[in-house]
Design a protein around this ligand. Structure first.
Ligand code: G3H
Length: 544
Protein backbone atom coordinates (compact mmCIF):
# COMPACT_ATOMS: atom_id res chain seq x y z
CA UNK A 1 0.00 0.00 0.00
CA UNK A 2 2.68 2.42 1.03
CA UNK A 3 4.62 2.16 -2.26
CA UNK A 4 1.45 2.42 -4.30
CA UNK A 5 0.24 5.37 -2.20
CA UNK A 6 3.64 7.05 -2.45
CA UNK A 7 3.40 6.79 -6.22
CA UNK A 8 -0.11 8.28 -6.11
CA UNK A 9 1.11 11.13 -3.94
CA UNK A 10 4.07 11.73 -6.23
CA UNK A 11 1.76 11.87 -9.23
CA UNK A 12 -0.38 14.50 -7.52
CA UNK A 13 2.46 16.95 -8.12
CA UNK A 14 2.09 18.38 -11.62
CA UNK A 15 4.34 18.74 -14.56
CA UNK A 16 4.94 22.54 -14.81
CA UNK A 17 3.04 22.65 -18.12
CA UNK A 18 0.00 20.99 -16.58
CA UNK A 19 -0.71 23.90 -14.25
CA UNK A 20 -3.86 25.65 -15.53
CA UNK A 21 -2.95 28.88 -17.30
CA UNK A 22 -5.19 31.09 -15.14
CA UNK A 23 -3.61 29.78 -11.93
CA UNK A 24 0.04 30.16 -12.90
CA UNK A 25 2.48 32.50 -11.26
CA UNK A 26 3.68 34.16 -14.42
CA UNK A 27 6.79 35.67 -12.94
CA UNK A 28 8.05 35.68 -9.36
CA UNK A 29 7.29 38.78 -7.29
CA UNK A 30 10.47 40.28 -5.95
CA UNK A 31 9.07 42.78 -3.53
CA UNK A 32 11.44 45.59 -2.59
CA UNK A 33 8.93 48.26 -1.59
CA UNK A 34 8.26 48.86 2.08
CA UNK A 35 5.28 50.96 3.14
CA UNK A 36 6.52 53.37 5.75
CA UNK A 37 5.08 56.74 6.70
CA UNK A 38 2.85 56.79 3.63
CA UNK A 39 5.73 56.23 1.23
CA UNK A 40 7.01 53.24 -0.67
CA UNK A 41 10.66 52.99 0.36
CA UNK A 42 12.88 50.88 -1.85
CA UNK A 43 14.77 48.25 0.13
CA UNK A 44 18.33 47.42 -0.84
CA UNK A 45 19.22 45.05 1.99
CA UNK A 46 18.70 41.34 2.63
CA UNK A 47 15.73 39.52 1.19
CA UNK A 48 14.12 36.15 1.77
CA UNK A 49 13.08 33.85 -1.04
CA UNK A 50 9.51 32.52 -0.99
CA UNK A 51 8.79 29.00 -2.20
CA UNK A 52 5.37 27.46 -2.54
CA UNK A 53 4.41 24.22 -0.77
CA UNK A 54 3.54 23.10 -4.31
CA UNK A 55 6.26 21.20 -6.18
CA UNK A 56 6.53 20.56 -9.89
CA UNK A 57 7.47 17.09 -11.10
CA UNK A 58 10.01 16.42 -13.81
CA UNK A 59 9.78 13.39 -16.13
CA UNK A 60 12.21 11.47 -13.90
CA UNK A 61 10.04 12.16 -10.84
CA UNK A 62 12.29 14.85 -9.38
CA UNK A 63 10.29 17.41 -7.42
CA UNK A 64 11.17 21.11 -7.41
CA UNK A 65 9.69 23.76 -5.15
CA UNK A 66 8.02 26.57 -7.09
CA UNK A 67 9.69 29.94 -6.50
CA UNK A 68 7.14 32.66 -5.83
CA UNK A 69 9.48 35.59 -5.26
CA UNK A 70 11.17 37.31 -2.34
CA UNK A 71 10.55 40.04 0.21
CA UNK A 72 12.66 42.39 2.35
CA UNK A 73 14.15 41.13 5.57
CA UNK A 74 14.26 44.31 7.54
CA UNK A 75 15.81 44.66 10.96
CA UNK A 76 15.48 46.65 14.14
CA UNK A 77 16.52 49.89 12.46
CA UNK A 78 13.56 49.71 10.06
CA UNK A 79 11.32 48.63 12.95
CA UNK A 80 12.35 51.82 14.75
CA UNK A 81 11.52 53.84 11.64
CA UNK A 82 8.08 52.20 11.55
CA UNK A 83 7.50 52.98 15.23
CA UNK A 84 8.52 56.60 14.63
CA UNK A 85 6.17 56.83 11.64
CA UNK A 86 3.33 55.39 13.71
CA UNK A 87 4.00 57.75 16.62
CA UNK A 88 4.09 60.70 14.23
CA UNK A 89 0.81 59.64 12.60
CA UNK A 90 -0.90 59.15 15.95
CA UNK A 91 0.73 62.27 17.39
CA UNK A 92 -0.57 61.53 20.88
CA UNK A 93 -4.11 61.37 19.55
CA UNK A 94 -3.81 64.64 17.61
CA UNK A 95 -2.90 63.12 14.24
CA UNK A 96 -5.02 63.32 11.12
CA UNK A 97 -6.26 59.73 11.39
CA UNK A 98 -7.23 59.55 15.09
CA UNK A 99 -9.03 62.92 14.93
CA UNK A 100 -10.79 62.28 11.63
CA UNK A 101 -14.58 61.94 11.82
CA UNK A 102 -15.96 58.42 11.82
CA UNK A 103 -17.70 59.07 8.49
CA UNK A 104 -14.39 60.08 6.91
CA UNK A 105 -12.60 57.02 8.29
CA UNK A 106 -15.36 54.83 6.92
CA UNK A 107 -14.87 56.46 3.51
CA UNK A 108 -11.14 55.63 3.62
CA UNK A 109 -11.88 51.97 4.46
CA UNK A 110 -14.45 51.81 1.65
CA UNK A 111 -11.89 53.20 -0.79
CA UNK A 112 -9.38 50.59 0.43
CA UNK A 113 -11.96 47.78 0.05
CA UNK A 114 -12.75 48.80 -3.53
CA UNK A 115 -9.05 48.71 -4.39
CA UNK A 116 -8.79 45.21 -2.88
CA UNK A 117 -11.77 44.00 -4.88
CA UNK A 118 -10.03 45.13 -8.06
CA UNK A 119 -7.08 42.84 -7.21
CA UNK A 120 -9.16 39.84 -6.04
CA UNK A 121 -7.87 37.19 -8.43
CA UNK A 122 -4.23 38.17 -7.87
CA UNK A 123 -4.59 38.08 -4.07
CA UNK A 124 -6.53 34.79 -4.14
CA UNK A 125 -3.90 33.22 -6.36
CA UNK A 126 -1.14 34.28 -3.98
CA UNK A 127 -3.00 32.89 -0.93
CA UNK A 128 -3.33 29.59 -2.81
CA UNK A 129 0.32 29.42 -3.88
CA UNK A 130 1.88 30.69 -0.67
CA UNK A 131 0.09 28.46 1.82
CA UNK A 132 -1.31 25.68 -0.36
CA UNK A 133 -4.95 26.43 0.51
CA UNK A 134 -7.41 25.16 -2.08
CA UNK A 135 -8.54 27.70 -4.66
CA UNK A 136 -12.14 27.43 -3.43
CA UNK A 137 -11.08 28.08 0.18
CA UNK A 138 -8.71 30.88 -0.88
CA UNK A 139 -11.61 32.56 -2.69
CA UNK A 140 -13.78 32.00 0.37
CA UNK A 141 -11.11 33.59 2.56
CA UNK A 142 -10.97 36.69 0.36
CA UNK A 143 -14.76 37.05 0.09
CA UNK A 144 -15.30 36.41 3.78
CA UNK A 145 -12.80 39.17 4.55
CA UNK A 146 -14.61 41.64 2.33
CA UNK A 147 -17.92 40.69 3.99
CA UNK A 148 -16.27 41.19 7.36
CA UNK A 149 -15.11 44.69 6.40
CA UNK A 150 -18.56 45.60 5.10
CA UNK A 151 -20.24 44.27 8.25
CA UNK A 152 -17.74 46.23 10.35
CA UNK A 153 -18.73 49.44 8.57
CA UNK A 154 -22.43 48.77 9.16
CA UNK A 155 -21.75 48.02 12.84
CA UNK A 156 -19.61 51.13 13.31
CA UNK A 157 -22.27 53.35 11.77
CA UNK A 158 -24.83 51.93 14.19
CA UNK A 159 -22.45 52.34 17.14
CA UNK A 160 -21.54 55.89 16.25
CA UNK A 161 -25.11 56.92 15.50
CA UNK A 162 -26.24 55.54 18.86
CA UNK A 163 -23.57 57.69 20.54
CA UNK A 164 -24.39 60.78 18.51
CA UNK A 165 -26.47 62.35 21.28
CA UNK A 166 -26.22 63.82 24.73
CA UNK A 167 -27.31 62.10 27.91
CA UNK A 168 -28.33 63.96 31.04
CA UNK A 169 -28.04 62.15 34.37
CA UNK A 170 -28.13 63.73 37.84
CA UNK A 171 -27.41 67.20 36.53
CA UNK A 172 -24.53 66.14 34.28
CA UNK A 173 -24.69 66.45 30.50
CA UNK A 174 -22.44 63.96 28.71
CA UNK A 175 -21.60 62.73 25.29
CA UNK A 176 -20.03 59.28 25.34
CA UNK A 177 -18.20 57.88 22.32
CA UNK A 178 -15.50 55.34 21.64
CA UNK A 179 -11.96 56.62 21.06
CA UNK A 180 -8.83 54.89 19.75
CA UNK A 181 -6.23 53.36 22.05
CA UNK A 182 -3.10 54.42 20.16
CA UNK A 183 -0.64 52.20 18.35
CA UNK A 184 -1.71 48.66 17.57
CA UNK A 185 0.75 45.94 16.62
CA UNK A 186 -1.13 43.47 14.39
CA UNK A 187 0.08 39.97 13.60
CA UNK A 188 -1.99 37.32 11.87
CA UNK A 189 -1.42 33.59 11.32
CA UNK A 190 -0.33 31.78 8.16
CA UNK A 191 -3.42 29.57 7.91
CA UNK A 192 -5.80 32.51 7.37
CA UNK A 193 -3.19 35.07 6.38
CA UNK A 194 -5.70 37.58 5.07
CA UNK A 195 -8.90 36.92 7.00
CA UNK A 196 -7.54 36.53 10.52
CA UNK A 197 -5.23 39.50 10.05
CA UNK A 198 -7.96 41.77 8.76
CA UNK A 199 -10.31 40.71 11.57
CA UNK A 200 -8.07 42.74 13.90
CA UNK A 201 -6.36 45.17 11.50
CA UNK A 202 -9.54 46.68 10.04
CA UNK A 203 -11.40 47.22 13.36
CA UNK A 204 -8.17 48.63 14.83
CA UNK A 205 -7.75 51.07 11.93
CA UNK A 206 -11.36 52.11 11.56
CA UNK A 207 -11.54 53.02 15.25
CA UNK A 208 -8.74 55.55 14.67
CA UNK A 209 -5.74 53.58 15.87
CA UNK A 210 -2.47 53.60 13.98
CA UNK A 211 -1.24 50.16 12.94
CA UNK A 212 2.12 48.46 12.78
CA UNK A 213 1.58 45.32 10.77
CA UNK A 214 3.88 42.30 10.63
CA UNK A 215 2.77 39.77 7.98
CA UNK A 216 2.74 36.08 8.93
CA UNK A 217 5.62 33.68 8.30
CA UNK A 218 3.92 32.25 5.20
CA UNK A 219 1.66 34.66 3.36
CA UNK A 220 3.80 37.77 2.87
CA UNK A 221 3.65 38.22 -0.88
CA UNK A 222 -0.14 38.21 -0.95
CA UNK A 223 0.11 41.65 0.67
CA UNK A 224 2.17 42.96 -2.22
CA UNK A 225 -0.89 43.76 -4.41
CA UNK A 226 -2.42 45.57 -1.40
CA UNK A 227 0.49 47.93 -0.71
CA UNK A 228 -0.70 50.68 -3.02
CA UNK A 229 -4.22 50.44 -1.60
CA UNK A 230 -2.85 50.83 1.94
CA UNK A 231 -0.70 53.77 0.83
CA UNK A 232 -3.35 55.66 -1.06
CA UNK A 233 -6.45 54.98 1.04
CA UNK A 234 -5.12 56.06 4.44
CA UNK A 235 -3.22 59.12 5.70
CA UNK A 236 0.57 58.81 5.89
CA UNK A 237 1.72 56.57 8.72
CA UNK A 238 -1.75 55.24 9.65
CA UNK A 239 -0.43 51.83 8.58
CA UNK A 240 3.23 50.80 8.45
CA UNK A 241 4.46 47.34 7.56
CA UNK A 242 7.42 45.61 9.18
CA UNK A 243 9.15 42.54 7.78
CA UNK A 244 12.06 40.50 8.99
CA UNK A 245 12.83 37.89 11.58
CA UNK A 246 9.78 37.91 13.88
CA UNK A 247 11.69 36.84 16.99
CA UNK A 248 14.05 39.84 16.65
CA UNK A 249 11.90 42.59 15.24
CA UNK A 250 8.71 42.05 17.23
CA UNK A 251 10.21 41.89 20.77
CA UNK A 252 12.21 44.99 19.80
CA UNK A 253 8.99 46.83 18.90
CA UNK A 254 7.35 45.74 22.15
CA UNK A 255 10.42 46.80 24.18
CA UNK A 256 10.00 50.35 22.83
CA UNK A 257 6.96 50.66 25.09
CA UNK A 258 5.14 52.50 22.27
CA UNK A 259 2.63 49.76 21.51
CA UNK A 260 -0.73 50.25 23.24
CA UNK A 261 -2.44 47.15 21.91
CA UNK A 262 -1.05 43.81 20.86
CA UNK A 263 -3.31 42.01 18.39
CA UNK A 264 -1.85 38.57 17.87
CA UNK A 265 -3.29 35.45 16.34
CA UNK A 266 -0.57 32.96 17.22
CA UNK A 267 0.67 30.93 20.14
CA UNK A 268 0.40 31.54 23.88
CA UNK A 269 4.18 31.14 24.18
CA UNK A 270 4.82 34.04 21.80
CA UNK A 271 2.04 36.11 23.40
CA UNK A 272 3.59 35.60 26.86
CA UNK A 273 7.04 36.63 25.63
CA UNK A 274 5.77 39.71 23.84
CA UNK A 275 3.70 40.93 26.75
CA UNK A 276 6.71 40.56 29.04
CA UNK A 277 8.89 42.51 26.60
CA UNK A 278 6.71 45.61 27.08
CA UNK A 279 8.21 47.84 29.80
CA UNK A 280 4.79 48.99 31.08
CA UNK A 281 2.48 46.01 30.86
CA UNK A 282 -0.38 47.86 32.53
CA UNK A 283 -0.47 50.17 29.49
CA UNK A 284 -0.80 47.25 27.14
CA UNK A 285 -4.10 45.81 25.99
CA UNK A 286 -3.97 42.38 24.35
CA UNK A 287 -6.37 40.92 21.84
CA UNK A 288 -5.23 37.35 21.37
CA UNK A 289 -6.37 34.31 19.39
CA UNK A 290 -4.14 31.43 20.46
CA UNK A 291 -3.82 27.67 20.14
CA UNK A 292 -6.67 25.24 20.71
CA UNK A 293 -7.24 21.51 21.04
CA UNK A 294 -10.95 21.25 20.32
CA UNK A 295 -12.44 17.85 21.10
CA UNK A 296 -15.36 16.05 19.51
CA UNK A 297 -17.29 13.96 22.03
CA UNK A 298 -19.15 11.19 20.20
CA UNK A 299 -21.88 9.65 22.36
CA UNK A 300 -23.16 6.11 22.03
CA UNK A 301 -26.38 7.18 20.30
CA UNK A 302 -24.74 9.57 17.80
CA UNK A 303 -25.88 9.55 14.19
CA UNK A 304 -22.78 7.91 12.73
CA UNK A 305 -23.06 9.24 9.17
CA UNK A 306 -23.57 12.82 10.28
CA UNK A 307 -20.81 12.54 12.89
CA UNK A 308 -18.33 11.15 10.38
CA UNK A 309 -19.14 13.90 7.88
CA UNK A 310 -18.72 16.67 10.46
CA UNK A 311 -15.59 15.14 11.99
CA UNK A 312 -13.97 14.83 8.55
CA UNK A 313 -14.71 18.49 7.76
CA UNK A 314 -13.78 19.51 11.30
CA UNK A 315 -10.46 17.71 11.43
CA UNK A 316 -9.29 17.87 7.83
CA UNK A 317 -10.49 21.07 6.16
CA UNK A 318 -7.30 22.80 4.94
CA UNK A 319 -5.40 19.73 6.17
CA UNK A 320 -6.46 20.36 9.77
CA UNK A 321 -4.70 23.73 9.79
CA UNK A 322 -7.49 25.73 11.45
CA UNK A 323 -7.36 27.01 14.99
CA UNK A 324 -10.94 25.75 15.32
CA UNK A 325 -10.21 22.28 13.88
CA UNK A 326 -11.28 19.19 15.79
CA UNK A 327 -7.93 18.00 17.13
CA UNK A 328 -9.08 15.09 19.32
CA UNK A 329 -12.00 12.70 18.92
CA UNK A 330 -13.36 11.04 22.04
CA UNK A 331 -15.72 8.27 21.01
CA UNK A 332 -17.92 6.05 23.17
CA UNK A 333 -16.65 2.48 23.22
CA UNK A 334 -20.04 1.13 22.10
CA UNK A 335 -19.70 2.76 18.66
CA UNK A 336 -15.94 3.25 18.41
CA UNK A 337 -15.40 0.40 15.95
CA UNK A 338 -18.24 1.44 13.64
CA UNK A 339 -17.25 5.10 13.79
CA UNK A 340 -13.58 4.41 13.07
CA UNK A 341 -14.40 2.13 10.15
CA UNK A 342 -16.65 4.71 8.51
CA UNK A 343 -14.25 7.54 9.33
CA UNK A 344 -11.33 5.70 7.70
CA UNK A 345 -13.48 4.81 4.66
CA UNK A 346 -14.36 8.47 4.16
CA UNK A 347 -10.71 9.51 4.45
CA UNK A 348 -9.90 7.12 1.62
CA UNK A 349 -12.46 8.98 -0.51
CA UNK A 350 -10.97 12.43 0.08
CA UNK A 351 -9.43 14.09 -2.90
CA UNK A 352 -5.72 14.82 -2.58
CA UNK A 353 -3.97 17.06 -4.99
CA UNK A 354 -2.95 20.53 -5.98
CA UNK A 355 -4.86 23.52 -4.58
CA UNK A 356 -6.37 24.60 -7.89
CA UNK A 357 -8.09 21.22 -8.42
CA UNK A 358 -11.82 21.11 -7.93
CA UNK A 359 -13.04 19.37 -4.77
CA UNK A 360 -9.52 18.90 -3.42
CA UNK A 361 -9.28 18.55 0.36
CA UNK A 362 -5.73 17.38 1.09
CA UNK A 363 -3.15 19.77 -0.31
CA UNK A 364 0.59 20.32 0.30
CA UNK A 365 1.68 21.46 3.77
CA UNK A 366 3.58 24.76 3.97
CA UNK A 367 6.95 23.45 5.11
CA UNK A 368 8.93 20.23 5.44
CA UNK A 369 9.28 20.65 9.21
CA UNK A 370 5.51 20.37 9.45
CA UNK A 371 5.63 17.02 7.66
CA UNK A 372 8.39 15.91 10.05
CA UNK A 373 6.34 16.99 13.08
CA UNK A 374 3.30 15.00 11.87
CA UNK A 375 5.53 11.94 11.57
CA UNK A 376 7.04 12.58 15.00
CA UNK A 377 3.54 12.69 16.58
CA UNK A 378 2.59 9.40 14.93
CA UNK A 379 5.89 7.68 15.88
CA UNK A 380 5.52 8.80 19.47
CA UNK A 381 1.95 7.46 19.70
CA UNK A 382 2.88 4.16 18.04
CA UNK A 383 5.85 3.72 20.37
CA UNK A 384 3.42 4.14 23.28
CA UNK A 385 0.90 1.59 22.06
CA UNK A 386 -1.34 3.28 19.49
CA UNK A 387 -1.86 2.27 15.84
CA UNK A 388 -2.50 4.05 12.58
CA UNK A 389 -5.91 2.68 11.66
CA UNK A 390 -6.44 3.83 8.09
CA UNK A 391 -4.44 2.13 5.34
CA UNK A 392 -1.52 4.29 4.27
CA UNK A 393 -2.16 6.91 6.99
CA UNK A 394 0.94 9.03 7.57
CA UNK A 395 2.51 8.33 4.17
CA UNK A 396 4.19 11.44 2.80
CA UNK A 397 5.90 12.56 -0.36
CA UNK A 398 7.56 15.91 0.18
CA UNK A 399 4.82 18.28 1.37
CA UNK A 400 1.85 16.02 0.61
CA UNK A 401 0.88 14.14 3.75
CA UNK A 402 -1.82 11.47 3.70
CA UNK A 403 -4.09 11.86 6.79
CA UNK A 404 -3.56 9.41 9.63
CA UNK A 405 -6.15 8.24 12.16
CA UNK A 406 -4.31 7.27 15.33
CA UNK A 407 -6.01 5.04 17.93
CA UNK A 408 -6.13 4.63 20.93
CA UNK A 409 -4.47 7.87 21.97
CA UNK A 410 -3.74 8.18 25.67
CA UNK A 411 -2.34 10.58 28.25
CA UNK A 412 1.43 10.72 27.85
CA UNK A 413 1.37 10.72 24.04
CA UNK A 414 2.14 13.98 22.24
CA UNK A 415 -1.11 13.72 20.31
CA UNK A 416 -3.16 13.66 23.52
CA UNK A 417 -2.33 17.25 24.46
CA UNK A 418 -0.28 18.97 21.75
CA UNK A 419 -2.02 21.00 19.08
CA UNK A 420 -0.96 19.01 16.00
CA UNK A 421 -2.35 21.60 13.53
CA UNK A 422 -2.20 19.18 10.63
CA UNK A 423 -3.71 16.03 9.07
CA UNK A 424 -3.29 13.61 11.98
CA UNK A 425 -6.45 12.72 13.88
CA UNK A 426 -6.06 11.27 17.38
CA UNK A 427 -8.98 9.20 18.64
CA UNK A 428 -9.53 7.95 22.21
CA UNK A 429 -12.32 5.67 23.42
CA UNK A 430 -14.33 6.31 26.60
CA UNK A 431 -16.83 4.33 28.57
CA UNK A 432 -17.88 6.83 31.21
CA UNK A 433 -18.84 10.30 30.03
CA UNK A 434 -16.85 11.68 33.00
CA UNK A 435 -13.67 10.61 31.15
CA UNK A 436 -14.58 12.81 28.18
CA UNK A 437 -15.52 15.72 30.43
CA UNK A 438 -12.29 15.33 32.39
CA UNK A 439 -10.32 15.56 29.13
CA UNK A 440 -11.76 19.01 28.43
CA UNK A 441 -11.49 20.16 32.05
CA UNK A 442 -7.83 19.16 32.36
CA UNK A 443 -6.86 20.70 29.00
CA UNK A 444 -4.75 23.87 28.85
CA UNK A 445 -7.05 25.06 26.10
CA UNK A 446 -10.64 26.19 26.11
CA UNK A 447 -11.85 27.31 22.72
CA UNK A 448 -14.67 24.99 21.56
CA UNK A 449 -16.05 21.48 21.74
CA UNK A 450 -18.43 19.44 19.56
CA UNK A 451 -20.94 16.99 21.02
CA UNK A 452 -22.48 14.32 18.81
CA UNK A 453 -25.54 12.52 20.17
CA UNK A 454 -29.33 12.50 20.20
CA UNK A 455 -30.40 12.11 23.83
CA UNK A 456 -31.49 15.55 25.13
CA UNK A 457 -30.92 14.60 28.79
CA UNK A 458 -27.39 13.41 28.18
CA UNK A 459 -26.53 16.36 25.94
CA UNK A 460 -27.94 18.85 28.46
CA UNK A 461 -25.86 17.21 31.20
CA UNK A 462 -22.77 17.77 29.09
CA UNK A 463 -23.60 21.26 27.82
CA UNK A 464 -23.99 22.78 31.30
CA UNK A 465 -20.47 21.99 32.55
CA UNK A 466 -18.87 22.47 29.12
CA UNK A 467 -20.07 26.05 28.61
CA UNK A 468 -17.94 26.89 31.65
CA UNK A 469 -14.89 25.24 30.08
CA UNK A 470 -14.99 26.51 26.50
CA UNK A 471 -16.63 29.40 24.64
CA UNK A 472 -18.68 27.51 22.09
CA UNK A 473 -20.36 24.12 22.38
CA UNK A 474 -21.37 22.78 18.98
CA UNK A 475 -24.20 20.25 18.82
CA UNK A 476 -23.92 17.66 16.06
CA UNK A 477 -21.66 19.89 14.00
CA UNK A 478 -17.97 20.67 13.70
CA UNK A 479 -16.20 23.46 15.60
CA UNK A 480 -15.88 26.70 13.68
CA UNK A 481 -15.55 30.44 13.99
CA UNK A 482 -18.22 31.57 11.57
CA UNK A 483 -20.59 33.34 11.30
CA UNK A 484 -18.28 36.24 12.10
CA UNK A 485 -21.00 38.23 13.83
CA UNK A 486 -21.02 35.61 16.60
CA UNK A 487 -18.53 35.91 19.47
CA UNK A 488 -15.24 34.14 18.88
CA UNK A 489 -13.44 33.68 22.18
CA UNK A 490 -11.54 31.16 24.24
CA UNK A 491 -10.59 30.37 27.82
CA UNK A 492 -7.26 29.37 29.39
CA UNK A 493 -4.42 29.45 26.82
CA UNK A 494 -6.78 29.74 23.82
CA UNK A 495 -7.55 33.45 23.70
CA UNK A 496 -7.73 36.78 25.42
CA UNK A 497 -10.69 38.98 24.60
CA UNK A 498 -13.55 38.30 22.24
CA UNK A 499 -13.64 38.88 18.53
CA UNK A 500 -16.73 39.34 16.41
CA UNK A 501 -17.76 42.18 14.14
CA UNK A 502 -19.39 43.84 17.18
CA UNK A 503 -16.75 43.01 19.82
CA UNK A 504 -13.68 43.87 17.76
CA UNK A 505 -14.73 47.52 17.48
CA UNK A 506 -14.88 47.62 21.26
CA UNK A 507 -11.63 45.70 21.73
CA UNK A 508 -9.71 48.38 19.82
CA UNK A 509 -11.27 51.42 21.48
CA UNK A 510 -12.18 52.84 24.84
CA UNK A 511 -15.23 54.77 25.94
CA UNK A 512 -14.45 58.44 26.45
CA UNK A 513 -16.86 61.18 27.44
CA UNK A 514 -17.14 64.90 27.43
CA UNK A 515 -19.16 66.03 30.44
CA UNK A 516 -20.46 69.33 31.80
CA UNK A 517 -22.77 70.50 34.58
CA UNK A 518 -26.34 71.02 33.43
CA UNK A 519 -26.23 74.82 33.53
CA UNK A 520 -27.34 77.48 31.07
CA UNK A 521 -23.71 78.31 30.34
CA UNK A 522 -22.92 74.65 29.51
CA UNK A 523 -25.96 74.35 27.26
CA UNK A 524 -24.94 77.51 25.41
CA UNK A 525 -21.37 76.27 25.03
CA UNK A 526 -22.37 72.82 23.80
CA UNK A 527 -24.97 74.29 21.43
CA UNK A 528 -22.33 76.54 19.92
CA UNK A 529 -19.96 73.60 19.45
CA UNK A 530 -22.61 71.38 17.88
CA UNK A 531 -24.36 73.97 15.74
CA UNK A 532 -21.08 75.47 14.62
CA UNK A 533 -19.83 71.98 13.72
CA UNK A 534 -16.65 72.65 15.67
CA UNK A 535 -15.73 69.19 17.00
CA UNK A 536 -15.48 65.69 15.59
CA UNK A 537 -16.30 64.27 19.03
CA UNK A 538 -18.96 66.64 20.34
CA UNK A 539 -21.56 66.48 17.62
CA UNK A 540 -24.89 64.92 16.79
CA UNK A 541 -24.17 63.88 13.20
CA UNK A 542 -25.97 60.86 11.89
CA UNK A 543 -24.05 58.72 9.40
CA UNK A 544 -26.37 57.35 6.74
O1 G3H B 1 -7.99 29.32 12.26
C1 G3H B 1 -8.97 29.91 12.74
C2 G3H B 1 -10.04 30.42 11.84
O2 G3H B 1 -10.55 31.66 12.23
C3 G3H B 1 -11.14 29.45 11.77
O3 G3H B 1 -12.22 29.92 11.08
O4 G3H B 1 -13.58 28.01 11.83
O5 G3H B 1 -14.50 29.64 10.24
O6 G3H B 1 -12.68 28.06 9.54
P1 G3H B 1 -13.29 28.84 10.63
Amino acid sequence: MSTELKQRLLECFPDADAIPADCRILSPIHQRAILLNGEMRMWKGDTRAVYSPVRTRAADGTLTAVELGSFPVTGTEEADAAIDAACKAYDNGRGKWPTMSVAERIACVENFTNQLLARRSEIVNLIMWEIGKSLADSQKEFDRTIDYIKATIVELKALDNANSRFQIVDGTIAQIRRSPLGIVLCMGPYNYPMNETFCTLIPALIMGNVVLFKPPRFGVLLYYPMLEAFRSAFPAGAINIVYGQGNQVVPHIMASGKVNTLALIGTSKVADQLKKAHPKTNRLRAVLGLEAKNAAIVLADADIELTVKECIAGSLSFNGQRCTAIKMILVHQAIAEQFLRRFSEEIARLRMGMPWEQGVMITPLPEMSKVAYMQECIDDAVARGARVLNPGGGTAVETLFYPAVVFPVKEGMKLYREEQFGPVIPVAPFEDIETALEYVISSDHGQQVSIFGTNPDQIANLVDPLVNQVCRVNLNCQCQRSPDVFPFAGRKDSAEGTLSVHDALRAFSIRTMVAAKQTEASKKLLDAMVLGNKSNFVNTHFIL
